[in-house]
Design a protein around this ligand. Structure first.
Ligand SMILES: [Zn+2]
Length: 688
């Protein structure tokens, strides 16, 4: 299909002169973090005081909107220098100081977001100013600030504002603690080699000793997932699954209950019937009813598939119990799920994950991934030798636009687990790509933080295929951060609707399921051989393995999140157990409390976890409509269109507008449903 004219992949460079400075620094002591936090708060508050104390007749674009936007640019960078180390610093003292800084700054954020004096001047400006005298993005900024002001209740009576402010402060502190508890969790189980039966030798050799004949299994991803998939001792899997879903049970369960109550109170003060409706107003979905319909319809469609898959799993379990002389209890337990889903891949699709990972050494995957992204998006990456970073494992790359040679940004890769480090995979925006006070463009800098399998004395880091997928996914967020060319920090990078934010990176996951890209990022770590054709074909076919159960589980999580944020008094563990049984047909393990470990609920995804499934509608549509037709590796035009239509605007346009430009029409659900192994009903109205 011919790309729409407005999507032409030229003029990607901003007209503004570009400053290539990396303003970030990682050499602060715990004490300096504390001192600089106080300084940053004072500096920023002065700007707000100035804006808020102006006489109304003095209010202008420069004295108000631009002053706030400029302050936001330097504040964001400085704030990240102070609060990012809590997730990655190897020093516990620095992590603690950084968490404390984050708490102080979050409280300060609440204070500034509740400045009625500032809000009144913005409202006044909106009434007075000629809209056409402003650039379109400045109009959007103005409208957004007013919207956010109303969403903070700044148009309501003073005593209501005070209540909202106090709730917001409590909420931000509770969220920080919830995730800190999970990151700092050091629970491990001492297990014997016998108890760890079925796990490969390289995995066992990578474990630390815990006493004479025991090995230390932590609950970090590179231990938890391989164990749940491969350990053939059900009792071990049960113990580990139970411990995993009991992490931080006491403290986080209490926090979660408080979060849910406070969120409901705040939303009600603001005139919304539920917290979900309050949150969703800013998303593509707009209301909790639309989300409920989306999830229910999908659950209904996936139900028969889930039933079939459960039947297959039960058969496998029965056979395994007979083979190993174990009692067959006739049901699927939570600790059986991943084990038998893995068996489905191995037996029905003949994919041997342990053999497969030998073709995915970290170095080869990284090289292939980086080269694919460079070609696709017209970029050039260079490793910066001797860069100052926060840990010896971390690498820094400089990114140029290949056509102009201009630096557009930098990214850090921090790929292996460490004690006290952020436990999932995520992309952190550190320096927003936007205009600075003098009109020059600030380059965007982001960090990808992940917890991939570490190298061992005998072998390099060998990635499971799902780790390769995660790598592609998170790197997609990095590219979104770097390629966006917004004017305002508020619209930089991934600051798009939360139920669209996953779409760009989900779309890039498709590359790890296509033959040519897979060949580019794989090579046997000892022999240097390419993946045998047969194994490659089987891997690609196995994308359909367990789709029903996998997606039903995503629906369970999305519905738990919606349930907690549409009811005033829902018990998280009970709600989870009920939905697991009802939708997945697999009971939650008694005594566990999965929601207490569900970081998204306190990590900015409250009432928005559905966004993972929702944005897949768009990621699949974009992939199948354009890339699959025009080429996943040699589709230079489509890659540049993608960069200019989807990544370049950041949040400066609505997602629906960007999608229409890139697709040449409104989005449809067809490709999404087909990717889940479902039929497409042609009479169905367009999605979302
Ligand atoms: Zn993501």
């Amino acid at each position: 299909m011919k790309p729409p004219a407005a999507c032409a992949g030229d003029a990607l460079d901003t007209a503004a002169p570009c400053s290539e400075v990396n303003y970030l620094r990682w050499d602060l002591s715990a004490q300096q973090i504390g001192e600089l936090t106080v300084e940053l708060i004072e500096q920023t508050k002065r700007v707000y005081d100035q804006v808020g104390s102006q006489k109304f007749e003095d209010v202008s674009y420069e004295s108000t909107l631009k002053a706030l936007a400029d302050a936001e640019v330097s504040y964001t960078v400085q704030r990240n220098i102070l609060d990012f180390p809590q997730h990655v610093s190897p020093s516990k003292d620095i992590r603690t100081a950084s968490t404390e800084a984050d708490k102080k700054l979050s409280e300060f954020d609440v204070e500034m977001s509740m400045r009625q004096d500032v809000y009144q001047r913005i409202v006044w400006l909106q009434e007075k100013i000629q809209k056409d005298s402003l650039r379109p993005e400045a109009v959007r900024y103005l409208e957004r600030l007013i919207k956010l002001g109303r969403r903070n209740g700044l148009h309501l009576p003073k005593d209501t504002q005070e209540k909202i402010k106090s709730i917001k402060k409590k909420l931000s502190l509770l969220c920080i603690d919830f995730n800190k508890n999970l990151n700092e969790d050091t629970t491990f189980l001492p297990l014997t080699r016998e108890e760890l039966g079925g796990l490969p030798e390289d995995f066992l050799n990578s474990l630390e000793k815990a006493g004479d004949d025991k090995l230390k299994v932590t609950l970090k991803y590179p231990h938890y997932f391989p164990l749940l998939k491969k350990c053939h001792v059900p009792e071990t899997r049960r113990k580990v699954e139970e411990a995993f879903n009991c992490r931080c049970k006491q403290e986080n369960c209490a926090i979660l209950r408080e979060l849910v109550t406070l969120r409901a109170q705040k939303s009600s003060l603001l005139g919304f019937s539920t917290h979900a409706d309050y949150v969703l107003e800013m998303n593509m979905a707009k209301s909790s009813q639309v989300v409920a319909t989306f999830l229910d319809e999908l659950a209904q469609k996936l139900k028969p598939l889930g039933e079939q898959e459960r039947a297959v799993i039960l058969e496998l379990k029965k056979a395994e119990c007979e083979k190993r002389g174990l009692d067959f209890d006739g049901r699927i337990n939570a600790w059986d799920m991943r084990y038998y889903m893995n068996q489905v891949e191995e037996t029905r699709y003949s994919v041997d994950q342990n053999l497969l990972k030998e073709y995915f050494p970290m170095q080869v995957v990284t090289k292939g991934l980086l080269s694919i992204y460079q070609e696709l998006l017209g970029l050039t990456f260079n490793l910066e030798e001797n860069a100052t970073v926060w840990h010896e494992d971390v690498k820094l790359y400089c990114v140029r636009d290949s056509a102009s040679g201009k630096v557009i940004g930098k990214f850090y890769l921090d790929l292996y687990p460490r004690e006290g480090k952020y436990g999932h995979a995520a992309c952190f925006g550190l320096q927003p790509g936007c205009l600075r006070q003098d009109g020059s463009r600030q380059i965007a800098i982001a960090a990808m933080v992940a917890n991939f399998t570490k190298p061992t004395p005998d072998a390099p880091s060998l990635l499971q295929h799902d780790e390769v997928e995660t790598y592609f996914h998170e790197f997609g967020h990095v590219m979104h951060q770097l390629c966006s060319q917004a004017e305002f920090a508020m619209f930089s990078g991934t600051h798009v609707e939360r139920d669209f934010v996953e779409a760009p990176s989900q779309m890039l996951e498709n590359w790890v399921w296509e033959k040519e890209p897979l060949l580019r990022m794989s090579q046997h770590y000892r022999t240097g051989d390419t993946i045998p054709q047969e194994l490659l074909d089987k891997l690609i076919k196995s994308r359909q393995a367990n789709t029903g159960l996998f997606n039903l589980r995503q629906i369970v999580l999305a519905k738990v999140d919606q349930a907690l944020h549409t009811q005033t008094s829902a018990d998280p563990a009970e709600e989870y157990a009920r939905l697991c049984q009802e939708i997945l047909g697999v009971p939650a393990t008694p005594g566990t409390n999965m929601p207490a470990t569900f970081g998204h609920l306190a990590g900015g995804y409250d009432a928005q976890y559905y966004g993972y499934l929702w944005s897949e509608v768009y990621s699949m549509d974009m992939f199948h409509t354009r890339f699959k037709q025009e080429g996943v590796l040699n589709g230079k035009q489509v890659g540049m269109d993608y960069r200019s239509c989807i990544l370049r605007p950041g949040g400066s346009q609505d997602a629906s507008v960007m999608l229409k430009l890139f697709l040449g029409r409104d989005p449809k659900q067809d490709a999404f449903l087909l990717s889940k192994g479902l039929q497409v009903d042609s009479s169905e109205p367009p999605a979302c």
